[in-house]
Design a protein around this ligand. Structure first.
Ligand SMILES: Cc1cc2nc3c(=O)[nH]c(=O)nc-3n(C[C@H](O)[C@H](O)[C@H](O)COP(=O)(O)O)c2cc1C
Length: 170
């Protein structure tokens, strides 16, 4: 898909089919994250690929909200967890840029995805050490953001923008 079509038609997808992602799709989305620019070219982003039936997903859900009607990853076949170095001041921004690259790459591949920040309080909370191990987060790194990716089982109209309100041309 052409870049501006990807951007125009992108939206967050919260319903997926059971179809798994191919190895190639997983690699392509993760590569898009690693191809993102990082401050001073630090390249400090680490990505952990987690399948939907991995026990860590259920554990996070239990700690987050065991009563929820829909789980935090919307039953997407793959959730990519991005972590980054604790001792680098640009890590949050770098992780945000990387995850958006992955969101757009998923769309370009004909997949759906949704960026996930809601687990931060659980994954970086009092059980951080345990979750760091379960999510294969490198030493000295912390979870920053995640993205659930799969085959969309719904359509969502892209959000409206207000150019005149939000852009000032001086
Ligand atoms: C940093 C960040 C964190 C987000 N965390 C979540 C989340 O935890 N769960 C969720 O369903 N959507 C999450 N989203 C998706 C936003 O809710 C979504 O982008 C917004 O509602 C606009 O919708 P659109 O992406 O379809 O334009 C997150 C988006 C961003 C940028």
């Amino acid at each position: 898909m052409e870049f501006f079509d990807v951007m125009e038609n992108r939206s967050s997808i919260r319903k997926y089919t059971d179809e798994p992602l191919s190895e190639e799709e997983i690699r392509c989305v993760a590569t898009a994250g690693l191809k993102a620019p990082t401050a001073t070219n630090k390249q400090e982003i680490h990505i952990t690929v987690v399948k939907k039936d991995d026990p860590v997903q259920a554990m996070i859900q239990k700690d987050l909200n065991p009563e929820a009607a829909v789980n935090f990853y919307y039953d997407a076949p793959i959730t990519f967890y991005l972590s980054a170095a604790d001792d680098f001041g640009w890590s949050d921004i770098d992780a945000g840029i990387a995850v958006e690259n992955m969101h757009l790459a998923a769309k370009a591949l004909g997949l759906g995805s949704v960026i996930l920040g809601c687990m931060k309080k659980v994954v970086c909370g009092k059980k951080k050490e345990e979750y760091d191990k379960l999510l294969c987060i490198p030493q000295g790194y912390s979870y920053k953001i995640a993205i659930a990716v799969g085959h969309a089982d719904t359509e969502k109209v892209p959000h409206n923008i207000d150019y005149d309100r939000d852009v000032t041309v001086k």
